[in-house]
Design a protein around this ligand. Structure first.
Ligand code: NDP
Length: 247
């Protein structure tokens, strides 16, 4: 276990999903005390917890809340902070998409994606920041954005807007927290092989990827783990793309 990460608490939201599970496992392997957040798939979160327990001997705690529900998120995080103290870092990974061209996009599709992906950043990070600052131990915040948040994507105005918003929020918070040695960065994946892209027209999409393959969740997790490492202590306000050369 690297000395610098010993027992530092990390929250990974959406750890029941493909990328979040891989991030949680990578951070646990790096020696962090990882808390696994999920919304509906407790079984998937339990599977990630069991894998981590097998590898490290310690079973991570599970936290359940809807990141789009501000009050529920504040209550769950407040209770966890009271019981276990501040987190050293948080990975804002939970997210959804609800695609449609804008002229036929239903209001619920716009609202649910913005509330989950963009409001979710505020709802999760805001309650955690002051305890991190007061701990005077530095820290890490990593938000999972998307190539759509950088370049836009047809049929994803809601998703792209939410992911661009997260980048702007992270860059702003990075400036606020820099003097506290708390770094704030984004990882922007391209097309990663998870449930989220089930049903996507892969043959067409592969033509857009210079590497001609999808990314693996572990390849996103490796970028997050780097940003959480001591070696990344001077990197803040940045967006690290993991996309097989798409941009
Ligand atoms: P998954 O669908 O596999 O996982 C999504 C995760 O988000 C699940 O753990 C889910 O929890 C959680 N989640 C969704 N909505 C909420 C909510 N309202 N409250 C709390 N948790 C919620 O997707 P990925 O692993 O692929 O995606 C992870 C992140 O990576 C997302 O932010 C996504 O936008 C981003 N991304 C993914 C890409 C890809 O190609 N896969 C590309 C670019 C970015 P549960 O299942 O328990 O309900």
């Amino acid at each position: 276990m690297p000395e610098h990460t010993a027992k530092r608490r990390m929250l990974v939201t959406g750890a029941s999903g493909g990328i979040g599970g891989a991030i949680a496992s990578a951070l646990a392997m790096d020696g962090f005390d990882v808390a696994l957040h999920y919304r509906s798939r407790r079984d998937a979160a339990e599977t990630v917890a069991a894998t981590i327990e097998t590898a490290t001997g310690e079973r991570p705690r599970l936290l359940c809340f809807d990141v789009a529900d501000r009050a529920a998120t504040a209550a769950a995080l407040g209770a966890d902070l009271d019981a276990h103290g501040p987190f050293w870092g948080v990975i804002c990974n939970a997210g959804i998409h609800a695609d449609a061209p804008l002229p036929v996009m239903k209001p619920e599709a716009w609202d649910s994606v913005i509330r989950t992906n963009l409001d979710g950043f505020y709802n999760v990070v805001q309650p955690l920041v002051m305890p991190m600052v007061r701990a005077r131990a530095g820290g890490r915040i990593v938000a999972i954005s998307s190539i759509a948040g950088i370049a836009g994507n047809r049929g994803q105005a809601n998703y792209a807007a939410s992911k661009a918003g997260v980048i702007a929020a992270a860059k702003s918070v990075a400036q606020e927290l820099a003097k506290r040695a708390i770094t704030v960065n984004c990882v922007a994946p391209g097309l990663i092989e998870t449930d989220m892209i089930a049903g996507a027209p892969l043959e067409e999409l592969l033509k857009l990827i210079p590497m001609r393959r999808l990314g693996h969740p572990g390849e996103v997790a490796a970028a997050v783990a780097f940003l959480c490492s001591q070696g990344a202590a001077y990197i803040t306000g940045q967006v690290l793309s993991v996309n097989g050369g798409m941009l």
